[in-house]
Ligand binder design. Structure first.
Ligand code: TRP
Length: 334
């Protein structure tokens, strides 16, 4: 049986937070462990430079993202963790794909349209602050996925349109040049769709409501104690399903622990106690990974080694596909 190729990318544009872990990293790591699956997870540094134009920041985010995956259990000998910019064939393919991509398809992409909408509201030139990288984002992303012939792309629901665009581009390519590219499928994690941030909205860097994954024990406690709550008396019964504290706990507790906390809410638990329970749960889940994370960040050569070995493993495959593609186009393979 041929193995199913799973691929996903994470942009190094911020410090990884609990929402990234629950919504994306954890399910992706579980998928990688499945039989008959081959996982390729990468750090989308070329996507990051669309917005991050600060050397120190970018270097920091790249290290933090790589260290997070490794600390949380990615096994680099079975799961290929790599840096997008280490595989120049991806950007080369992106150019080729851009030549079969109708411009109108990119005009409709959400991220680009959102930028235009903001400019319209602000009464600015429609393309104010829009670089070509942002405009081409979906083409590079299509290339990320197509170059390795991925079957499945585990992503959040906000990325569905990008996968659709990748499929459209692949179809358009195959139609012209033969059946070379595989049409990928998005794999959406229904169960973990919403991870609430400290204000109850989806945990997202852009809302400023994140809890970073690898805080010291002290800082983690402080962050959790800061979660706003209502003024119900400590002994008053509380609704677990409208409480972010409970919802976050659900992502980490066992079934019986979650049931116990639910019962405590219904009987009346103080917000302080509920927060303390959440803190203890999170802290015990994150203590070991935190140690590993600190070790990777203190020894960046360990990260470099993993990333470079991965690139060496993948590039021959990427080159072979690119040559096949070049030949189909009438370009001269080298
Ligand atoms: N666009 C994705 C995000 O913002 C990151 C990404 C880049 C990606 N290339 C990809 C995800 C390829 C899956 C496959 O989260």
């Amino acid at each position: 049986m041929t193995k199913k190729i799973c691929l996903t990318g994470i942009k190094p544009t911020g410090t990884p937070h609990l929402g990234n872990y629950i919504g994306m990293i954890r399910p992706a790591l579980e998928l990688a462990e499945k039989e008959n699956h081959e996982a390729y997870y990468f750090i989308a540094d070329y996507h990051a430079i669309i917005t991050v134009h600060d050397k120190k920041k970018l270097e920091g985010f790249i290290h933090e993202v790589a260290a997070s995956w490794l600390a949380l259990g990615l096994n680099p000998s079975t799961t290929t963790l790599y840096l997008q910019s280490h595989i120049p064939e991806i950007t080369e393919l992106a150019w080729i794909l851009s030549c079969v991509t109708p411009k109108g398809l990119l005009n409709r992409a959400h991220a680009y349209k959102a930028a235009l909408d903001i400019n319209e509201t602000e009464k600015r030139d429609p393309d104010y602050g829009v670089n070509l990288g942002l405009y081409n984002y979906p083409v590079l992303m299509a290339s990320d996925i197509l170059f390795i012939k991925a079957h499945y792309v585990p992503v959040g629901s906000d990325q569905i349109q990008h996968i659709e665009i990748a499929r459209d581009i692949a179809k358009s390519f195959n139609h012209k040049f033969g059946n070379i590219l595989r049409l990928p499928e998005a794999m959406i994690q229904e169960k973990t769709k919403l991870v609430p941030g400290t204000d109850g909205r989806k945990m997202s860097k852009s809302y400023g409501n994140i809890i970073p994954l690898f805080l010291s024990e002290k800082k983690l406690r402080k962050e959790i104690m800061k979660i706003p709550t209502d003024s119900l008396a400590p002994s008053a019964p509380k609704n677990p399903d409208s409480s972010f504290i409970f919802q976050l706990f659900e992502h980490f507790g066992s079934e019986s622990e979650v049931n116990d906390l639910r019962a405590a809410y219904e009987a009346g638990i103080s917000w302080g106690d509920a927060k303390q329970q959440l803190f203890e749960k999170l802290n015990s889940a994150l203590a070991k990974p935190r140690e590993k994370y600190e070790d990777f960040l203190a020894n960046p050569f360990k990260i470099k080694e993993v990333l470079e070995e991965s690139a060496l493993r993948i590039r021959p495959k990427a080159k072979a596909l690119l040559n096949e593609i070049k030949e189909a186009l009438g370009l001269q393979p080298f």
